[in-house]
Write a protein that binds this ligand. Structure first.
Ligand code: ADP
Ligand code: MG
Length: 731
């Protein structure tokens, strides 16, 4: 089944459902369009007249496409998107009889969804619950076609009545501004006069699983939690490595075509797709875009994926660890800085001057991780990602940077002041500054690093697959901005002192190399040794979400957010609470789901089978006794038909083992109930998280082990839950 029309060219449908610059250029008066470009490119203030003209054109365009309603589309701190629809209507006159379609500039710019039920971490008490949304003109409005409805979505920020930040987009936009300002400073120091803005670019590779509806529908854990909480190891997992990059099966490809068709219409530049490592795990990667647009688009990727998967009788699982025993899913955020002349600031240049500039931005990135590794760890922390980080399949929970052999050598040489001609091609003495020539790294990638340099960008690999990219990227931008300013300060001071710009930069880079050495790690991040080594380097280590979240309120860690005006203390505090709340709620729901499955499915199945074993053993015993009672004459001399020497003990032993496990499960269920009540009674968020880590998670793990054992020895006919083999190998 495919919903996508055949014979369409991507270039013809791309962005058809977006009010993008092409459409605006065509629909808006020339002057208005020019003013709009100044607003989004140069930060000019939006005036009422321009807003009215854009609103009118946007409405007319939307109506021509069958749209009836509009919504300010925003991203509250649930990590999802939110919308509240308004029809484009207004009474025509005071008689309140007929209506006309209207949409004003002020309606476009701002609305008050009165969304009082979104998490605000105590920042917004419900009696003055109003929050309002504000249009983000840099991200194109788009039309979502859902069911029979077509809705115009206006990407927006969500702010509390008193101006406090309540969403994911605002800090991201502010961080983009901050990093642009900082980077511009350095570019100006290097004599660049043409550049007026620096964009943070992001390409988010999204991993996911597809499961067949027939099986997933029978699993409460998949339906409620988006991941399995129970399930024994399947006979085959990913060990044959036969799924990675394998040919994509027809049914999946049909889904991908439809899914991408929808995204392409929404202007999401889907570029690459492939089978990932685990069975029925896949990846979609778009071409990179400016961070806020990439973030909006990633939300659309996740939502559209789930929606279109349903049409194909699939569940799309975005959880970080939907299945034990096979790989989990991540969202690799490729990140760089690109100026308005189109130069990638993390691309090693052709000339020594360009390379010097590259080194400044490279060092700023290292400093960002060195100073704010804890905050970065906090930004990616979630209950789901805890299963993935450090599980030998994903970057560990310790933030370090991988640079590759060549860059590492170059930095070592600059640090020691000795520039060698180690490799003729790449290590040339440039005369003017004795700077080694930096060219693209040819070395192998280090898949185990959470933050790896990949030639002209960093790949932040520790982000969870279900997470919004906004906060991880905002923190990255903020930390980078702070470091760029710090380097610019030093360059300025040293230049004044020495009157030699180049040597001032080299000296600054050199100092930064020394300072950031401890976050550089080229080895295997999965190894036990690294954990020890990281401890000795006193890098921030957080084993789980509650430990990681503490970095939010660590003053050293969050200073970049506060000093650059990205989030204030109150906003950080509220975010900290929301993250704890979300962590707690997620685990409480998982615990309740597991409890329900164990008591209503697993245990009943086990009791049925226990009874079967019991009656079977009993029947065998009875038969033996009965036969023994018969006179030897009746049994004849045929020894083989006699049951006298039949050893029933192995069967009894199995029964004992089985019944033992059933009792153990019964006890585990009771224990889970107790922990559940204890959690429910605890109101303090931090204490509750503590109970989760110390009691709930171990209790769940132990209950699962018993249930999974029972699964492996119970008659398939008695076992009501679909197994891992069915969930992972559904075709
Ligand atoms: P590779 O396979 O070498 O990692 P790709 O070119 O396939 O690199 O890119 C992977 C992802 O990184 C894509 O989403 C791509 O758009 C993104 N990407 C490439 N260059 C940049 C950049 N300068 N800034 C941000 N993301 C980038
Ligand atoms: Mg990848």
């Amino acid at each position: 089944m495919s919903l996508t029309p055949v014979n369409v060219r991507i270039s013809e449908i791309f962005g058809n459902c977006t009010f993008n610059l092409n459409v605006m250029k065509e629909k808006l008066p020339k002057q208005v369009f020019k003013r709009f470009l100044d607003i989004i490119e140069k930060g000019r203030k939006l005036d009422a007249e321009t807003a009215d003209a854009i609103a009118h054109a946007m409405k007319e365009w939307a109506l021509s496409k069958g749209v009836t309603h509009y919504t300010h589309w925003f991203q509250p701190m649930t990590g999802l998107t939110a919308e509240k629809h308004d029809a484009f209507i207004q009474f025509d006159s005071d008689d309140h009889i007929s209506v006309i379609e209207r949409f004003s500039g002020s309606q476009l710019i701002q609305s008050e969804p009165d969304a009082s039920s979104f998490p605000s971490g105590g920042m917004r008490s419900t009696f003055e619950a109003r929050g309002y949304t504000a249009w983000d003109p840099t991200s194109p409005a788009f039309i979502i076609e859902r069911g029979r409805g077509s809705i115009l979505c206006i990407p927006s920020a969500f702010i509390s009545y008193h101006g406090g930040v309540l969403d994911m987009k605002t800090p991201l936009l502010r961080s983009m501004e901050a990093v642009s300002k900082a980077a511009l400073r350095v570019l100006k120091l290097f004599g660049n006069k043409s550049v007026y803005r620096v964009k943070s670019s992001v390409g988010a590779e999204q991993e996911y699983f597809l499961v067949d509806h027939r099986h997933a529908d029978k699993r409460l854990d998949i339906k409620i939690c988006g991941r399995t909480l129970l399930g024994a190891r399947p006979v085959k997992g990913q060990e044959m490595e036969d799924h990675y990059f394998a040919s994509i099966k027809d049914r999946v490809l049909d889904f991908m075509q439809d899914f991408e068709f929808e995204l392409l219409k929404l202007g999401v530049p889907c570029k690459t797709r492939h089978n990932e490592v685990a069975p029925h795990q896949f990846e979609i990667a778009p071409i990179y875009e400016e961070a806020n647009i990439a973030a909006d688009h990633n939300q659309l990727v996740m939502e559209t994926m789930k929606r279109i998967a349903k049409k194909h009788d699939f569940y799309a699982l975005l959880a970080e660890k939907p299945f034990a025993y096979v790989n989990g899913s991540g969202k690799h955020c490729n990140w760089s800085l690109i100026d308005t002349d189109g130069n990638n600031l993390l691309d090693p240049g052709q000339t020594p001057e360009e390379n010097l500039q590259f080194l400044v931005f490279l060092m700023a990135s290292l400093m960002a991780v060195e100073k704010h590794g804890g905050l970065l760890r906090a930004a990616i922390a979630s209950a789901g990602n805890d299963h993935r980080l450090g599980a030998n399949e994903a970057p560990p929970a310790i933030m370090s940077v991988f640079l590759g052999e060549m860059l590492s050598q170059i930095l070592d040489q600059i640090e020691s002041g000795k520039v060698k001609d180690a490799r003729e091609k790449s290590f040339l003495d440039m005369g003017i500054s004795k700077l080694p020539k930096v060219s693209k790294d040819q070395t192998d990638r280090n898949r185990t690093s959470p933050f790896a340099f990949t030639g002209n960008k960093f790949e932040f690999r520790a982000v969870g697959s279900s997470s919004s990219i906004s906060i991880p990227v905002a923190v990255l931008n903020a930390a980078a901005a702070e470091s760029i300013h710090e380097l610019a300060d030093q360059i300025e001071i040293l230049t004044k002192k020495t009157k030699n710009f180049e040597s001032a930069v080299i000296e600054t880079v050199k100092k930064a190399i020394e300072k950031t050495k401890k976050v550089r790690f080229e080895g295997n991040n999965y190894s036990e040794q690294w954990l020890k080594e990281a401890k000795s380097r006193s890098l921030p280590i957080a084993k789980n979400t509650p430990e990681a979240l503490k970095f939010w309120i660590d003053k050293k860690q969050n200073s970049c957010l506060i000093n650059l005006g990205i989030l204030n203390e109150e906003e950080i505090e509220s975010r900290y609470h929301i993250c704890f709340e979300q962590y707690n709620k997620t685990i409480e729901i998982e615990l309740a789901t597991m409890l329900k499955m164990l008591s209503r499915q697993v245990l009943p199945s086990a009791y049925i089978y226990q009874k079967e074993i019991a009656s079977s053993v009993e029947a065998a015993l009875q038969l033996r006794e009965a036969l023994n009672d018969i006179s030897p004459a009746a049994a004849g001399t045929d020894k083989s038909s006699s049951l006298e020497d039949l050893d029933i003990m192995p069967q009894v032993k199995f029964f004992k083992e089985y019944a033992g496990a059933v009792s153990k499960l019964q006890i585990a269920i009771e224990h889970l109930r107790e922990v559940k009540s204890e959690l429910a009674a605890e109101e303090d968020l931090i204490k509750k998280a503590d109970i989760i880590v110390k009691k709930a998670l171990p209790a769940m793990q132990s209950a699962r082990a018993t249930a999974d054992f029972l699964e492996t020895v119970t008659d398939r006919e008695c076992w009501s839950l679909p197994t891992y083999s069915e969930l992972l190998f559904w075709d």
